[in-house]
Write a protein that binds this ligand. Sequence first.
Ligand SMILES: [Zn+2]
Length: 427
Amino acid sequence: MGKLVVIRGAKLFDGRERILENSVVVVSPSGRIYDVGTEGSVEIPSNVDTLEIHAKGFTLMPGLIDAHMHLSGLRTGDVIKEPLLTPYETLVARSIKDLEALANAGFTTVVDAGGLIALGLKVAVEEGTIRGPRIVAAGPPLSQTFGHGDVHYLPLEYVDLRTSKLSNAFKGLICDGVEECRKAARYALRMGADFIKIFTTGGVMSQRDRPEHTQFTLDEIRAIVYEAQAAGRFVHAHAEGARGIVNALVGGVKVIAHADMIDEEGVELALEKDAVVVPTLAVSEHIVMYGRELGLPEWAMEKEAELIKYHVENVRRAYRRGVKLATGTDFWGGEKAFRHGDNAFEVVLFVERLGMSPIEALRSATSIAAEAAGLKEVGTIEKGKIADLILVEGDPTTDVRTLLSKDKIKLVMRDGKILKNLMSGQQ
Ligand SMILES: [Zn+2]
């Protein structure tokens, strides 16, 4: 049995809009928030082994959530050779390091939007073998033949995990037609998928298609959504072109990733369906800044250079119209760019590129990102919720750049368990 934890004196942001000065938060040994309030208004059980943390001058907020990323173990931009030539176990070992870096950076939940490594590491985090954020995993993504999840320069049988003899990180399920799509969705669920990831448009990192290309038919999308919902899950779609975004939303997809070309119809549908958009601005910035140096294929660089011109503008319009946006980096791991641990960059871009207030950006990184992850019990600091909390030196509610300094992330708690604690001096 763990200890009762009492955190006193911090400025509290609850994950929605409430700010509480001089707060008291009590976390029960079961890992849930026992009470939240101010000094005197909070019930603190006595006769329990208690850890007191004095946090005056710090900000207490829900742990950060990256609602679209990949644990791939890759370290460069050479997405052609690196996954093929690196042993699978090496990719897994690097992903374990990436999870530790994410925990140290204040992330308590990550959504792996396609990849096999996350399925196994998720269990290792849950059982306590790895110190990291909670993983919500898609497992193998579903792509049509010649879709964004197909690897166009490899033999097709290398790409579908049901036929592949390769052990690299980017294998998915290739499916065409309603029946194959149903079966692929069920296959992903059988492997342990928490949600189903699909591609309804082409993209930057697929060789022979383009972001505006529409992929999967509406019937195929509907069949996959049906299978996900039948199993109590939801669908998260890579969707860049306007038509593919609309198809996904009409088909019942709940989370739209990238949304580069979201148009008026897409905005209306996202509002009507109460969908969440994860624009993944960070990866685009990094591709433009570091892609050439890190060896990204020329065809990817060309497409990104075009997209970046209107991506931010379109997403900003969606934000102004009231579409819910969640933070997700699409980082896949790296040493210079796309590095796990630097994921708070997306929060900064929500303020600096989209024009959000710091509080709005923090809401996108906590309660709204939790919604994109399909989690109801994290993302806010409320009585009875799971205790996923961070203490930050300084005030991210007025300056989100504070979150970029890992040494300012002083305490990280997931499920009530302390993953990082630099507060010992203040106890
Ligand atoms: Zn992605």
